[in-house]
Design a protein around this ligand. Structure first.
Ligand code: HEC
Ligand code: HEC
Ligand code: HEC
Ligand code: HEC
Ligand code: HEC
Ligand code: HEC
Length: 431
C-alpha cells in the first residue's frame, strides 16, 4: 500500500516537474520583458530628465533640425564628417565660431579647418546664427548620443533618409537588443530543462520497483506536439506574438504622414543656399504661385533656362536641364511637403494676406543645400499657429479693419487671433 502511493508520487512528480519547468519558462520570459521595458524607459528618461536635461532637449532639437542632413553622431560620414568624439578632437572655443560661420574660420587660415575643407571637396557647411549656449547644447547632445550603445536600426517607414528622430530608433534599438537576448536566454533554459528531464527519467528507469503503469509514463517518448499543446507554452508564444504586433503598429502609427526632416536627394543638385541665399533670387521668381494662388508651384525647366542658357553651361548638373528640355520631359523633382487630400491649404492666404514669411513654415530655406521639411505639417501644427497668431496684417484692408474693430469692442484687451476669425472651423481646412 505504502509502496504504491510512493510510486504514484514519483510518476506524478515527473508531471509536476514538467509543469513547473513550463511555468518557470513563462516566468523568466515575463521578467525579461519587464527588464526590456525598464531599459527603454530608462534611456528615454535620461535624455529628458536629470541635470542639464533642458539643454540636451534644446541640443537635440537643434541637432535634428539643422545638422542631421549632413552629419551623424556616429563616425559615419554623411555629407560632412561623423561627429563621434568631436569634443575630444576640437575645443568648444573652436567649435562655436565654426558652426556660426565655417567659411570665416577657413579663411582665417586655421590649419585644421583648411585641411578638413579640402578633404571634404570644399563642400561648404551651412552657417548657423545660434547663440553660444545653443551650440554648446548641440555638442553636449551629440556627445551623449555618440556614447550610446551603437545599435543599428533600419527604419523602413516613410522613406525618409535616415533623418528620423533618433530617440524613436534608439528605444526601438533597445527593444530589438533585449528581444535578441531574451531569445538566447530562452534557448539556454530550454536546453538545461531537456538535460534535467533526461537525467530524471534515466534515474527512474534504473529503479526496479516501478509498476508497468509507471514504466509506461517514464518510457514515454518526448513529444514535441505535447509541448505546443501545453497552455503555458501557448500563452508565452501568444504573448510574444502580441508584443511583436504591438511594436510594429506603434512604429507605424507614430510615423504615418509625419515626414518631418524629410530631405530626399533631388535629380539635379539644385541649391537654395546658392540661388535664394547667395544670389538672393526672390522665392516668387521660381515659385510663381506662392503669393497669388493655392500652390507655390515648382519651377519648370524654362525658368532655369532664363539664366542657365548662359550660366555654367559646361556643368554636368546644368546639362541635365538641357537634356530635360531636349527630351521634352519635365525634371522629376521629388515632392517634399505634401498634405493629404482631405486638407486644404492656401499659400496666398498665408504669404500675401497674413504676410507670413516662408521661413515660419519652411525653416531657413536660404541656408539649405538640400530642402528639408522642417514643420510636422500635422493638424495640431496648423491649429497651434492659428491659436497664437494675431491677425494684424492687411491693416489697410477695410474688411479686416472692421473685423478688428468689432473684435476689440467685444473682447477688450485680447488681440484678435486667427482663431477668432474662424481659423479653427473644420470646414475652413476640410472640404
Ligand atoms: C549642408 C551640410 C552641412 C550641415 C547642414 C551641417 N554641416 Fe557641419 N560640416 C559639413 C561639411 C561638408 C563639413 C566638413 C568641412 C567642410 O567641408 O567645410 C562639416 C564639418 C563640421 C564640423 C567639423 C568636424 C570635424 O571632424 O572636425 C563640425 C563640428 C560640424 N560640421 C558641426 C555641425 C553642426 C553642429 C551642424 C548643425 C548645427 C552642422 N555641422 C551642419 C556640412 C554640414
Ligand atoms: C531659382 C529657382 C528657385 C528659387 C529662387 C527658390 N526656389 Fe524653392 N525650389 C526650387 C526648385 C527647383 C525646387 C524643387 C527641388 C528642391 O526641392 O530642391 C524647390 C523646392 C522648394 C521647396 C520644397 C518643395 C516641396 O517639394 O515640398 C520649398 C519649401 C521651397 N522651394 C521654398 C523656397 C523658398 C522659401 C524660397 C525663397 C527663399 C525659394 N524656394 C526660392 C527653385 C527655387
Ligand atoms: C536668376 C538666375 C538663375 C536661375 C533662374 C537659376 N539659376 Fe542656377 N545658378 C545661377 C547662378 C548665378 C549660379 C552660380 C554659377 C557659378 O557658380 O558660377 C547657378 C548655379 C546652379 C547650379 C550649380 C552648377 C554647378 O555645377 O556649380 C545648379 C545645379 C543650378 N544652378 C541649377 C538650377 C536649376 C535647376 C534652376 C531652375 C529651377 C536654376 N538653376 C535657375 C543662376 C540661376
Ligand atoms: C503657413 C505656413 C506656410 C507658409 C508661410 C509658406 N508655406 Fe509653402 N507650404 C506649406 C504647406 C502646408 C505646404 C504643403 C502644401 C500641400 O501639400 O498642399 C507647402 C508647400 C510648399 C511648396 C511645395 C509645392 C506646393 O505648392 O505645394 C513650395 C515650393 C512652397 N511651399 C514654397 C513656399 C514659399 C516660397 C513660401 C514663402 C513665399 C511659402 N511656401 C510659405 C506651408 C507654408
Ligand atoms: C505660422 C502660422 C500658421 C500656420 C503654421 C498655419 N496657418 Fe493658416 N493662417 C495663419 C494666419 C495668420 C491666417 C490669417 C490669414 C488672414 O488674415 O486671413 C491663417 C488663415 C488660414 C485659413 C483661412 C481662415 C479664415 O478664417 O479665413 C485657412 C483655411 C488656413 N489658414 C489653413 C491652414 C492650414 C491647413 C494649415 C496647416 C497645414 C495652416 N493654416 C497653418 C497662420 C498659420
Ligand atoms: C487649420 C486647419 C485645420 C482645421 C481648422 C481642422 N483641421 Fe483637421 N486636419 C488638418 C490637416 C492639415 C490635416 C492633415 C494632418 C496630417 O496628415 O497629419 C487634418 C487631418 C484631419 C483628420 C484626419 C486625421 C488623420 O490622422 O488622418 C481628421 C479626421 C480631421 N482633420 C478632423 C477635423 C475636425 C473634426 C476639425 C474641426 C473640429 C478639423 N479637423 C479642423 C487641418 C485642419
Amino acid at each position: 500500500m505504502i509502496m504504491l502511493t510512493n510510486k504514484t508520487k514519483k510518476t506524478k512528480s515527473i508531471h509536476y516537474l514538467k509543469g513547473a519547468c513550463l511555468c518557470l519558462l513563462a516566468f523568466v520570459f515575463s521578467i525579461n520583458f519587464v527588464f526590456a521595458q525598464a531599459d527603454t524607459t530608462k534611456t528615454a528618461g535620461q535624455a529628458s530628465g536629470g541635470a542639464g536635461g533642458a539643454d540636451l532637449e534644446v541640443g537635440k532639437r537643434l541637432w535634428e533640425g539643422n545638422c542631421t542632413s549632413c552629419h551623424a553622431a556616429t563616425a559615419e560620414v554623411v555629407v560632412g564628417p561623423g561627429l563621434k568624439g568631436i569634443l575630444e578632437r576640437r575645443t568648444i572655443e573652436w567649435l562655436i565660431p565654426w558652426v556660426k560661420n565655417s567659411q570665416a574660420v577657413i579663411k582665417s587660415g586655421d590649419k585644421y579647418a583648411v585641411e578638413l575643407f579640402t578633404k571634404y571637396n570644399k563642400a561648404v557647411m551651412t552657417s548657423f546664427n545660434f547663440k553660444d549656449e545653443e551650440i554648446k547644447a548641440i555638442f553636449a547632445y551629440v556627445d551623449q548620443e555618440s556614447k550610446k550603445v551603437p545599435v543599428k536600426v533600419e527604419t523602413t517607414t516613410g522613406g525618409s533618409t535616415g533623418t528620423q528622430t533618433s530617440s524613436a530608433s534608439d528605444s526601438s534599438g533597445y527593444f530589438n537588443l533585449m528581444l535578441g537576448i531574451l531569445v538566447m536566454v530562452l534557448i539556454l533554459i530550454f536546453a538545461v530543462l531537456l538535460v534535467m528531464l533526461s537525467m530524471v527519467s534515466k534515474f527512474l528507469k534504473q529503479k526496479e520497483d516501478l509498476t508497468t503503469e509507471d514504466r509506461e509514463v517514464v518510457n514515454q517518448k518526448f513529444d514535441v506536439l505535447a509541448v505546443f499543446q501545453n497552455s503555458a507554452v501557448l500563452g508565452g508564444v501568444a504573448l510574444l506574438f502580441m508584443l511583436f504586433v504591438l511594436k510594429t503598429t506603434l512604429d507605424g502609427v507614430t510615423n504615418i504622414g509625419v515626414q518631418q526632416g524629410y530631405a530626399p536627394t533631388q535629380p539635379i543638385a539644385f541649391s537654395h543656399k546658392l540661388h535664394a541665399g547667395q544670389y538672393e533670387i526672390d522665392c516668387g521668381y521660381c515659385h510663381t504661385g506662392v503669393y497669388k494662388g493655392k500652390s507655390a508651384t515648382i519651377p519648370s525647366a524654362n525658368i532655369c533656362m532664363n539664366c542657365h542658357n548662359s550660366i555654367k553651361r559646361g556643368s554636368p548638373e546644368i546639362q541635365k536641364i538641357y537634356k530635360a528640355i531636349e527630351n521634352n520631359k519635365p525634371i522629376e523633382w521629388v515632392r517634399i511637403h505634401n498634405l493629404p487630400d482631405l486638407a486644404y491649404f492656401n499659400h496666398a492666404q498665408h504669404t500675401n494676406v497674413a504676410g507670413l514669411a516662408c521661413e515660419k513654415c519652411h525653416g531657413e530655406i536660404k541656408e539649405m543645400e538640400v530642402v528639408q521639411q522642417r514643420a510636422p505639417l500635422t493638424m495640431g501644427w496648423c491649429i497651434n499657429c492659428h491659436r497664437q497668431t494675431v491677425v494684424e496684417h492687411a491693416k489697410d484692408n477695410k474688411y479686416y479693419d472692421r473685423l478688428i474693430e468689432a473684435h476689440d469692442k467685444y473682447q477688450k484687451g485680447s488681440p484678435m487671433t486667427v482663431e477668432n476669425i474662424g481659423g479653427l472651423e473644420c470646414a475652413k481646412c476640410h472640404y
